[in-house]
Structures are given as C-alpha cells and as structure tokens.
Ligand binder design. Structure first.
Ligand SMILES: NC(=O)c1ccc[n+]([C@@H]2O[C@H](COP(=O)([O-])OP(=O)(O)OC[C@H]3O[C@@H](n4cnc5c(N)ncnc54)[C@H](O)[C@@H]3O)[C@@H](O)[C@H]2O)c1
Length: 447
C-alpha cells in the first residue's frame, strides 16, 4: 500500500504547505538499486581512535571520496567540504567521562553538512567486555548518545552503534558495507555487537553465491522480497508457503529460477516433509511465515491464540530442531527469525502475536551459544511498520500512527527487511548471533 502523505509532503505544493503548518515532513529514503556497486556514493568522513585505521584500510572499496578532519590530504572542513554521505567515528578508545566530549567535538561541526539519507556509524567496545568500571561506563554512554543523536538526524539520516569484540575487527568491512549503504535505509538507533568470525565473504557482488536458502511464507510481502534479495546476492533459493498460495509461489519461483515447497508449516508431518524436500542440505534458513489474529485478551478466542503461537513460534522451533537433528542445516549456516517490535514493546490487542515474537527473540538468544561450536548463527529481525498486505488491514488512524511514530516518520518497505536478512545471511555475519536487529526507522515503540 502506498503512503500518500509522503508523496504529498514531497510534492512542491505539499512541501511548502507541510512546512507552513508544522506537520512532519518525511523524506523519500534512498534505497539500494539493482546494478549499484559501491556502498557509499559520496563523501565518507572517518575519525576517532585506532579502529578508524582498520576502516581506512578498506575504505577505498566503499567510496573513492574519503576525508578526515585535519589530516594533510583530504581534509574535511565544515562548510567547505562536500556534503557527507557517510561518517564513521571510532569511540572505542574513550575510557573516562572527560573523554566523552570528543563525541560532541567530532559530530557537532558535521551535522549541518550531511547529505540526504546519510549513514553514520559509531564504533565502540562492548561495556560487558571491559573490566574497568569507568571504561565500561564510558562505552555504555555511547548507547545513550547514539540513540539520541539518531533521533536528531534529518533528511533520512540514520545512525548505529557497533560494539566491536576482540578479534572482530576484520568483520568491520561486511558490517560497514551494510550500515553505510542504502541497504540499511530504514534501520536507525540500533546497537549491534560484532564477534570474531572465521568465515569470510569471497565476492562482495554475490556474497551468498553457492549457498542454499529456504524462505518460509515466501509467496508475498516480506517473504517474497527476502527471496528476491537472497537470489540477487547469489543464493539458490527454495520458496515455501501454504498450498493455497501455490500460484503466487510458482510465479515468483519462475522469475527467480527457484524451487518451491507447498507446505503448511504447522502440519503434523511438516518437519519430516521438509527434511525430505532438502536432500542437499541448507545454508540459510529464514523463518518468515507469520500471521496475526488480533483481539484484546478479554476477547481472545482459544483458536486465535493457538493459531498465532503455532505458526509464529512453535513451527520455527520444531522445524529448526528437525533440520539441525537431521544434519540438514550445514555447519556455518545462518538462521534468521522474523520477529516484530511488538515482541519488544508489546502492543494492545496483540498479546498472542507479541508473545510469539518475543519468544522468537528468546529462541535466538538461547540457541546462539549452543550453535556457536558449529559456526551457526541465529538472529531475530524485528520489523516495525512495514508496508505490506498485513499492515494494509490495520484501521486508517492506527496505520497512520504506526507510520509516523518513528524517527524517519514513515513505514518501511519489504526490501528494507529483506536487506537486513540478506546481510545476516552472509558468511561473515556469523560475527552477529543471538541478537535482535530492529528494522523500524527507530520506532518510538519500545525504543
Ligand atoms: N508487515 C509488517 O509490518 C510486519 C511487522 C513486523 C513483523 N512482521 C513479520 O514479518 C513476516 C512477514 O510479514 P508480511 O507482512 O509479509 O505478512 P504476509 O501476511 O503478507 O505474508 C505472510 C506469508 O506467510 C505465509 N504463511 C502463513 N501461515 C503459514 C503456514 N502455516 N505455513 C506456511 N506459510 C504460511 C502466508 O501464506 C503468507 O504468504 C511475518 O512473520 C510477520 O509477523 C511484519
């Protein structure tokens, strides 16, 4: 469903009217287009501590316009340098309260010189990994700073904080290729922890080449977009949906050259059927199929409760376990669970749905350490308001509130969720496990 308000606010008449009466003015976000090669098309400003040196080593692969404050070559001077498309500041060396002023000193001069849809990243060290309480406190301060600055950015700007674990420095390239590019257009204010990971990406133009991926609920909406994005990135995709969705599933499969599995994931024999359908095993498993049956708890029928818990939570648990136990899921596999910000913040009328989605986040957290030995990562992606058939059914006033109550002031697109899933599916993204990545435009819900 299209967002008519955003179309209006970006028309020449609408733009003036919206500004005159002080209404929110969301911009059209820049998104990744087919055929694009470089993550950053424009100027990248680098600064801060030692990790900025690690970034410098591969920065030329991100863009050919790299700047630093005050260095002899490529000095960026506020008001005189080009508008900035991307910024990386390494704050991992900040160990005392006094040093936190470096954040203000670095960011303040550049804030009025950001290009549209600019991507900012702060690097730090996870507070729980530090033994010095003052250093841990300084690193934790980065979280409050970055989440707040993300809320102050305009014109589609987004900002994330990456806590880089010891030995995870070589995973920065994959993370920055994602977080500095339009692939993360609808992600902001997030805190992500990177750990060491041995599996590298061989070819950044097809990072999923040679990998077999299963996407459930792939006939439409977010699932279809995930399938398209994984195929774009080189994966061999297998599309699963209920038998009633067979026509849509096969139409998409024909376009992608993919295989299909028509199966209700709640069927009694779903696990054994799935294992049979995957004789060559699986490298990427995306549990996207999900349903809503909204009612306040006072009016919730047992059927509504059971259906949502069965599809959204029980089926991913049972199927993942069967694929693990049967050896279908290969070592170094990537598992992604589609959760929701409802599972983080709670939502009126969604006790069943929010319980199921919170359960998925718990599943990722609990399973991650157990699967680490085999190099398998498992993460949840928690979308906010995404424009799909599911959200088109929400009553108008609630739908408008869902769209506007975020730092970016608009709903996301299925592509935004798909890009996050595709990033987590990369070999190098084993650096991230047991985490929940929100794709919500920094929704105010549960922030
Ligand atoms: N749209 C949003 O704003 C939003 C927000 C947060 C989370 N999500 C989650 O993202 C996922 C995709 O959402 P969407 O908006 O694309 O939904 P959608 O309703 O458009 O698509 C869901 C797909 O899952 C399939 N499916 C449902 N039950 C199934 C079953 N038992 N077996 C196999 N397939 C089944 C459906 O046939 C459908 O093709 C869901 O898990 C949803 O909860 C969506």
């Amino acid at each position: 469903m299209s967002d008519r308000y955003i179309d209006f606010a970006n028309s020449s008449l609408g733009h003036r009217l919206v500004a005159a009466i002080g209404l929110p003015s969301p911009v059209r976000l820049e998104r990744w287009q087919a055929g694009r090669l470089r993550p950053v098309e424009g100027a990248l400003l680098l600064g801060g501590g030692a990790l900025a040196g690690n970034v410098q080593a591969f920065a030329h692969k991100l863009t050919d316009a790299i700047y630093t404050y005050g260095a002899q070559t490529s000095t960026w001077i506020p008001g005189h340098g080009p508008k900035l498309k991307a910024v990386v500041f390494d704050a991992s060396d900040l160990q005392h309260t006094d040093q936190l002023k470096q954040l203000r000193e670095f960011f303040q001069p550049l804030l009025k010189n950001l290009d549209n849809s600019a991507h900012l990243v702060i690097l730090g060290r996870a507070p729980e990994s530090l033994s010095d309480p003052f250093a841990a406190s300084a690193q934790r301060a980065l979280e409050g700073f970055s989440r707040s600055l993300a809320k102050e950015l305009r014109n589609g700007g987004v900002l994330q904080l990456l806590y880089v674990g010891d030995g995870a420095e070589d995973q920065l390239e994959g993370a920055l290729r994602f977080f500095l590019s339009p692939k993360s257009a609808y992600i902001s204010g997030q805190v992500i922890r990177l750990e060491a990971c041995a599996t590298p990406v061989e070819d950044w133009t097809r990072p999923l080449a040679g990998r077999k991926a299963l996407v459930t609920g792939a006939a439409r909406g977010i699932g279809a977009s995930i399938a398209e994005t994984l195929a774009r990135d080189g994966a061999e995709v297998i599309l699963l949906d209920v038998p009633q969705a067979k026509a849509d599933l096969e139409a998409l499969a024909a376009r992608l050259g993919a295989r299909t599995v028509a199966l209700d994931i709640c069927a009694a024999d779903a696990a054994s059927q799935l294992v049979e359908h995957l004789p060559d095993g699986l490298d990427i498993l995306v549990h996207n199929a999900g349903i809503t049956r909204d009612k306040t708890l006072a009016n919730m029928t047992p059927e509504y409760w059971d259906a949502v818990l069965a599809v959204n939570l029980n089926a991913p648990q049972v199927l993942t376990k069967a694929l693990l136990d049967s050896g279908t899921l290969h070592d170094n596999a990537r598992v992604v669970l589609l959760a929701s910000i409802s599972g983080i913040a709670g939502n009126r009328g969604q006790t069943n749905y929010a319980a199921s989605k919170a359960g998925l986040i718990g599943l990722a957290q609990a399973w991650a350490p157990l699967l680490q030995e085999r190099g398998i990562s498992i993460n949840a992606v928690a979308p906010g308001f995404i424009e799909t058939q599911m959200t088109a059914h929400i009553p108008f006033a609630l739908r408008e509130a869902g769209r506007r109550m975020s730092s970016l002031g608009q709903g996301g697109l299925p592509q935004d969720v798909a890009e996050a899933v595709a990033w987590l599916a990369q070999p190098g993204s084993g650096a991230v496990s047991g985490q929940a990545l929100r794709v919500c435009g920094q929704s105010l819900l549960g922030a």
